[in-house]
Design a protein around this ligand. Structure first.
Ligand SMILES: Nc1ncnc2c1ncn2[C@@H]1O[C@H](COP(=O)(O)OP(=O)(O)OP(=O)(O)O)[C@@H](O)[C@H]1O
Ligand SMILES: [Mg+2]
Length: 231
């Protein structure tokens, strides 16, 4: 029997309410994502990519449908458990890095560990390990303003990895980078996928970025065009 997919989505729907108006965003999304996949989610602006990513990551909640991640029905979790689930299972990478400007690279990466029981020495060892993985061992004490965009995104990748999450979600991780830095970030994500086995879901507008992924999903006006297409 085939293993259960890491992410299993059935007939998922989401709309936003603005005053009296209801804005339908996603309708009837059905999708499986296998453990170890690296999936690119593409589609025009406003098609619902970030909304879908945020549902999978437990940042937002669906109106209806089924959403299981790692065997857990996350749409059924109460708010406090959902926050705990997210902290343990999801690493986030954003377009504009979202680093804390008053913290060094080291401290930014350490931050998610402050919510755990790990002691200081153990935290330091882990932070040094992941900053080494993104080739920033020599920039640990720099502030975000003292780093290039590509370096800041590498800090963000290290921060996403530090809790050893089940799933990494990235919303246009190369959207603000020049081609050379983008290529470097994509190579890093590919390595995390291939060598560390991380499952990655990446929203992107960029065909070059999508080429780095193993499979591709297209959203159009809140609907998937043709399920997963495998390369
Ligand atoms: N909090 C919200 N309240 C109301 N409408 C929203 C909200 N968030 C998103 N929307 C609407 O949902 C639709 C999908 O938005 P979403 O951000 O998912 O699109 P996207 O595919 O990520 O677009 P982009 O490529 O521009 O980032 C848009 O029409 C948007 O206006
Ligand atoms: Mg978006």
């Amino acid at each position: 029997m085939a293993a259960e997919p890491l992410v299993s989505i059935r007939h998922l729907a989401k709309s936003y309410r603005r005053g009296a108006q209801i804005v339908p965003v996603l309708s009837d999304i059905t999708l499986d994502i296998a453990e170890g996949d690296f999936i690119a989610l593409m589609g025009p602006s406003g098609s619902g990519k970030s909304t879908l990513l945020n549902l999978i990551a437990g940042i937002d909640r669906p109106d209806s449908g089924e959403l299981r991640v790692g065997g857990v029905d996350i749409s059924g979790l109460p708010e406090s458990s959902l926050a705990d689930w997210r902290a343990a299972h999801v690493g986030f990478i954003f377009q504009f890095y979202n680093l804390m400007p008053v913290l060094t690279a080291f401290e930014n990466v350490e931050l998610p560990l402050m919510l755990t029981r790990l002691g200081r020495a153990e935290r330091r060892a882990r932070v040094e390990l992941v900053l080494g993985m993104v080739n920033l061992a020599d920039r640990m004490d720099h502030y975000p303003s003292e780093l290039s965009g590509g370096q800041q995104q590498r800090v963000a990748i290290a921060r996403a990895l530090i809790t050893d999450p089940t799933l990494i979600v990235a919303d246009e991780p190369t959207g603000d980078l020049d081609r050379a830095s983008a290529t470097e970030i994509l190579a890093m994500l590919q390595r995390l996928n291939a060598e560390v086995g991380k499952t990655i879901i990446m929203v992107t507008h960029d065909a070059h970025a999508a080429d780095a992924a193993k499979s591709l999903v297209h959203l159009e006006k809140g609907e998937l065009l043709n399920g997963n297409s495998r390369r």
